[in-house]
Design a protein around this ligand. Structure first.
Ligand code: PEP
Ligand code: MG
Length: 607
């Protein structure tokens, strides 16, 4: 039997014959955060942090200081990344940890006061080269010198110099992984880290799954993986040094495990499990046309969260009754310009028509935090606490044309079917009032242009994802047409735990009584004001939470299409009255462990 490892520690496992191409390679097991269920088996493709096109231009004399600043920002970011990786590598044991630490230290040294740094600064200052071109030129020069040393150890350091250069370039250009386009069918992507924008570029028809060294369970990268139904494991210490392109790899998304060079027996086991999963999917797909109705007759709305227009087919195939959350920010990613009103209107119209009369809830732009749009980088700036900074509706109210353009596009799409407008990161009443005023002005302008739109105007609701909004829910209910509980951010902000940070991932828990009380408070406020309330955070897509959310009075659940059949199955197997009693019992508890146990006990009766 293979040895189970402590979290994140690579261990040679199994004594059977290795089945990778190399034949003699030993099986290695890594454990991390399983963020998207499913099994992927395929050839690993380690995507390097690299930039294909390095821009090269001369900067104006008055821009030299700003360019130096840009370079120093990239230096600082690279340093932060390396320190994080170093901390993560400490989870490994023995020689592996030592070797990795040594390597990362060498990289870190190159970022502080080294010849590379001095050389780049000199090039920017004296020849007015842009930062990217200066980094490229300096790295080439330093690596060339190393390569021509007679000492084999020192000449091998040229590779490190180039790796550091690639990291700097990637942080300067913030370029997504171009390399994805060229990956062969069936590839499993292995990377140090993938941003949500990188992940959005993965084509599930060609890529079978991915694993990364960094990343938390509720990060937008994880959410994107679930949306695309790509098996994924994040937060795997030592991953990129344990695996090479071409190795055979198994991603066990539910178990949070990655097997490198699996044994023949392991491959057989996972092929069998893949077939079992497919069979379960086929059985679940029979629920598509059936309503989500509890055994005692309570009907629950089953909606989907969509990130990319290409997920529409998945939503329809899953039997979605509407889109409960369209994360419109993904229209703004992986491009250097902003989408125009026409382009946005067309994208929204396609979704509205595609949903054939079912409601489509379009959330206004929610960039900031880990969701970045290159076109808005200057406006967002670099801040110490991006999750608490200029994000979401705060940006829209500051950059009015941005919000107005989007509202105009949404209104135009509302002529083609039922649309709802959802505002992200609302923390006060005045924000809602301001947006409503802007919406009325935009509608007036469109009317003057003779543009068709819904009459009356679409309902406007707010995300309940900031603790302050949950606590002020009774007031917000007076100015909102509906609520959507964003439990991902609500958990992050209530417990002060970065949802994308793997080092504190074990502390992130939506079952914390503080989070549940806020959800309960907001739900009761919505029910009193007779406005609809849904949950669209990730807990809505986990069948385990369904009895609790129903018991608290939630009427609609919105989730990644891939999760819908399982949640529906759970709802059809529970008793609404019993769920209400279970929720009441849970709300009397203080201890998160006991809450989890009570919920597990209830669920055990419902499967
Ligand atoms: C949430 O915060 O729960 C949510 C649904 O929004 P996002 O995950 O896009 O921040
Ligand atoms: Mg949110």
């Amino acid at each position: 039997m293979p040895r189970r490892t402590t979290k994140g520690s690579p261990v040679a496992a199994g004594t059977g014959k290795a089945t990778s191409e190399k034949g003699a390679a030993r099986e290695i097991l890594l454990e991390g955060l399983g963020v998207s269920a499913g099994i992927a088996i395929g050839e690993a493709h380690v995507v390097e942090i690299g930039v294909v096109n390095v821009p090269d231009y001369e900067i104006a004399a008055e821009s030299v200081d700003a360019e130096l600043e840009r370079f120093r920002d990239a230096l600082a970011k690279s340093e932060r990344q390396l320190r994080k990786l170093k901390k993560k590598s400490a989870e490994l044991h023995g020689a592996a940890a030592e070797e990795l630490e040594f390597l990362l230290d060498a990289h870190l040294q190159m970022l502080s006061g080294s010849r590379v740094v001095r050389g780049v600064e000199k090039r920017i200052l004296e020849t007015q080269q842009n930062a990217e071109a200066a980094v490229q030129a300096e790295i080439n020069a330093v690596a060339h010198d190393f390569e021509h040393l007679n000492d084999p150890y020192l000449s091998a350091r040229a590779k490190d110099v180039r790796e550091v250069g690639d990291r700097l370039l990637r942080n300067l250009t913030k370029t997504p992984f171009e390399a994805f386009k060229h990956l062969p069918e069936g590839a499993v992507v292995i990377a140090e880290e993938l941003t949500p924008a990188d992940t959005a570029l993965l084509d599930p028809k060609r890529i079978h799954g991915f694993a990364t060294e960094l990343g938390g369970a509720e990060s937008h990268t994880a959410i994107m993986a679930r949306s695309l139904a790509l098996p994924a494991v994040l937060g795997l210490a030592g991953l990129t040094s344990a695996i090479r392109t071409g190795d055979i790899v198994i991603i066990d998304g539910a178990g949070g495990r990655v097997f490198i060079n699996p044994t023949a027996a392991r491959l057989e086991e996972f092929h069998r499990r893949q077939l079992e999963l497919e069979k379960t999917e086929r059985i679940l797909s029979r629920l598509k046309k059936l309503p989500a109705i509890t055994r005692d007759g309570q009907r629950i709305g089953m909606l989907v969260n969509l990130e990319l227009p290409r997920e529409l087919d998945m939503a329809l195939a899953a039997g979605a009754e509407g889109i409960g959350l369209l994360r419109s920010e993904f229209l703004f990613m992986n491009r250097v310009d902003l989408p125009s009103e026409d382009e946005q209107a067309e994208a929204y119209r396609t979704l509205v028509e595609g949903m054939e009369g079912k409601p489509v809830t379009i959330r206004t732009l929610d960039v900031g935090g880990d969701k970045l749009a290159p076109s808005l980088r200057d406006r967002l700036g670099e801040t110490a606490n991006p999750a608490l900074g200029l994000r979401a509706i705060r940006l829209g109210l500051q950059e009015r044309p941005l919000l107005e353009t989007q509202l105009a596009a949404i209104l135009r799409a509302s002529a083609f079917g039922p649309v709802r407008i959802l505002l992200p990161m609302i923390s006060s009443l005045s924000e809602v009032k301001q947006v409503r005023e802007i919406l009325l002005q935009v509608a007036k302008r469109l009317k003057r242009r003779g543009v068709k739109m819904a009459d009356p105007l679409p309902p406007m609701g707010v995300m309940i994802e900031v603790p302050g909004a949950a606590l002020a829910a009774d007031a917000l209910a007076q100015v909102s047409d509906f609520f959507a509980v964003g439990s991902n951010d609500l958990t992050q902000y209530t417990l002060a735990i970065d949802r994308g940070e793997e080092q504190v991932a074990h502390l992130y828990n939506p079952l914390h009584p503080a989070v549940l009380r806020l959800i309960q408070f907001a739900t009761e406020a919505a029910l009193r004001a007779r406005i609809p309330i849904s949950v669209c955070g990730e807990i809505a897509g986990d069948p385990k939470f369904a009895p609790l959310l129903l018991g608290l009075g939630i009427q609609d659940l919105s989730m990644a299409p891939v999760n819908l059949p399982r949640v529906k199955q759970r709802i059809r197997n529970i008793d609404y009255l019993a769920a209400t009693r279970c929720a009441r019992l849970i709300m009397d508890q203080w201890d998160t462990g006991r809450i989890a146990m009570l919920l597990d006990d209830f669920n055990a009766l419902a499967v």
